[in-house]
Design a protein around this ligand. Structure first.
Ligand code: LFR
Length: 487
């Protein structure tokens, strides 16, 4: 089968992308794009999962309309969020979005019963209030124990398309419930949550063939003949697969979050790694992503939203370019930015509280965000080098953020190293190459990365001298240490 379609849904947008291999070149074509955002209802944040499913169907109809009669299909989305399903296969709840504030206190609560060290030794997963472990901890006990299955978001979408229930491993690892030794859900953590192992499905590896679309869907809609393939359903796992990494390079998967890390073949769950709050998310083909979550482009997405979308991202970047650099800085990973009522006001307050000029204009706000992100990358890159005890030669930025040349250049300037940017569609690419490997048109991930590297333009940014960089970095470090240590 020559057509491979990626369903790639992030926290702010989703798309269906077709990938084909033509004489060794991977070509992408966007078939359908739609927006996404959680909604707030009575102080809770939910995803509209039915809308997302509808968008997949619309995208597949468009594919058929374009003459694609047969294809393979893989799905990736953000991680950690889950859908409870009853014995008849019906969804029993609205799907909470991970930014919901119900887990604000959960990490401290859980720590009273199981120490963070124990959890980290078992799972290697960083402590984040968004993790499924904490979400399940605060979930209605009655609803949870009544659920027949707990499927993560892409697992649920696969289920709706095929009738098959799986828990795909790369995403399952972000639940913070998988044990690195047994390579299955951890008994003690499940018991603590009062969850039975059977409430999760069998762990399934990327590459597994799941079969055709459900007959009822084929009867109802005019869809291509699809073979569903389990891909690395966690979008970050797919993004890193789709990154043409060199030995010794680190990556930033830059989207709503900036995920900065390295690919490894062994987890690193030392106490030092725990204290620095680095995670070991499971990857496809026996890899781990040793990385740190950084607040990312969410900061600018929210600023833009507060301005009712009056400026495009490109316009905000252009305005930022014209502003004085490093005027006001924020600690991006401060939990106050996870889901504030008004991001603009939150940024202004943080600057005022730390005695810095308050960013007033859209350009100043954007500049404050990009400068602070670049400096965050420096901090966490140095921390990463210390943890893995190895020098990182260059940094590969993939995902939508690779399009932001101001941020890429600032990053190169601040870290004093080469930054390679692209491909922007690395997540869809990672999704598609797993389908290609599974169906035999590509041998393995090494070949896939070579093909990606040759098929897409990668832009290089060399560090340019920044006036007073040392002073800026020491101001930044002071700002960081003047606050409680942020994750
Ligand atoms: C990126 C991402 C991150 C995960 C966060 C929440 O889209 O998947 O990897 O930590 O979203 O799911």
């Amino acid at each position: 089968m020559n057509n491979h379609i990626a369903v790639d849904i992030g926290a702010s947008s989703g798309r269906l992308v077709r990938g084909i291999l033509q004489e060794g070149v991977l070509i992408l074509e966007e078939l359908h794009r739609f927006s996404n955002r959680f909604t707030e209802q009575e102080n809770s944040c939910f995803w509209d999962i039915d809308y997302l499913f509808e968008q997949i169907i619309i995208g597949l109809q468009k594919a058929k309309g374009k003459g694609i009669t047969a294809c393979t299909l893989g799905i990736d989305t953000w991680a950690v969020d889950y859908v409870l399903v009853d014995a008849e296969g019906n969804r029993v709840q609205e799907v909470y979005a991970y930014r919901d504030r119900r887990t604000d206190l959960a990490m401290d609560e859980v720590a009273k019963y199981i120490s963070p060290q124990t959890i980290y030794e078992k799972t290697g997963i960083q402590k984040l209030s968004i993790n499924t472990l904490y979400q399940l901890y605060v979930h209605s006990k009655e609803e949870l124990s009544g659920a027949d299955q707990i499927l993560l978001v892409p697992d649920y979408l696969y289920y709706k398309l095929t009738g098959r229930k799986i828990n795909e491993v790369t995403n399952a690892s972000t639940t913070q419930l998988l044990n690195l030794d047994s390579r299955d859900f951890d008994d003690e953590l499940l018991k603590f949550l009062n969850i039975k192992r059977e409430q999760f499905a069998a762990l399934t590896e990327p590459g597994a063939v799941l079969g055709p679309l459900d007959e009822a869907l084929l009867q109802t809609y005019d869809l291509p003949d699809c073979q569903l393939i389990c891909v690395a359903t966690h979008d970050t796992a797919s993004a890193v697969l789709g990154a043409p990494l060199q030995k010794d390079s680190a990556y930033i998967s830059s989207g709503t979050w900036s995920l900065l890390g390295v690919e490894r073949t062994q987890p690193l769950n030392s106490m030092k790694a725990m204290e620095a709050n680095y995670t070991n998310e499971w990857g496809a083909y026996g890899t781990y992503r040793f990385l740190k979550n950084i607040m990312g482009l969410w900061l600018i997405q929210e600023v833009r939203r507060q301005m009712d979308g009056r400026y495009s991202f490109a316009e905000l970047a252009e305005l930022a370019q014209g502003e004085e650099g490093f005027r006001s800085l924020i600690c991006c990973n401060d939990p106050r930015f996870l889901n504030p009522v008004n991001m603009i006001e939150e940024i202004r307050s943080a600057c005022a509280e730390s005695g810095q000029p308050v960013p007033e204009t859209p350009g100043q706000l954007a500049r404050c965000i990009f400068d602070s992100l670049a400096l965050s990358y420096l901090t966490y890159l140095e921390e990463l080098e210390d943890l893995i005890d190895s020098r990182i030669e260059d940094l590969q930025i993939v995902g939508g953020g690779a399009n932001n040349s101001l941020l890429c250049q600032l990053t190169a300037d601040v870290i004093g190293r080469e930054v390679k940017a692209g491909p922007t569609e690395s997540t869809a690419l990672g999704n598609i190459v797993v389908q290609m490997i599974s169906t035999g048109s590509i041998v393995d991930i090494n070949e896939a990365r070579d093909i990606i590297g040759q098929s897409f333009k990668i832009k290089s940014y060399s560090p340019s001298p920044t006036a007073h960089l040392e002073d800026i970095v020491s101001r930044w470090k002071e700002l960081q240490s003047s606050k409680v240590k942020h994750p």
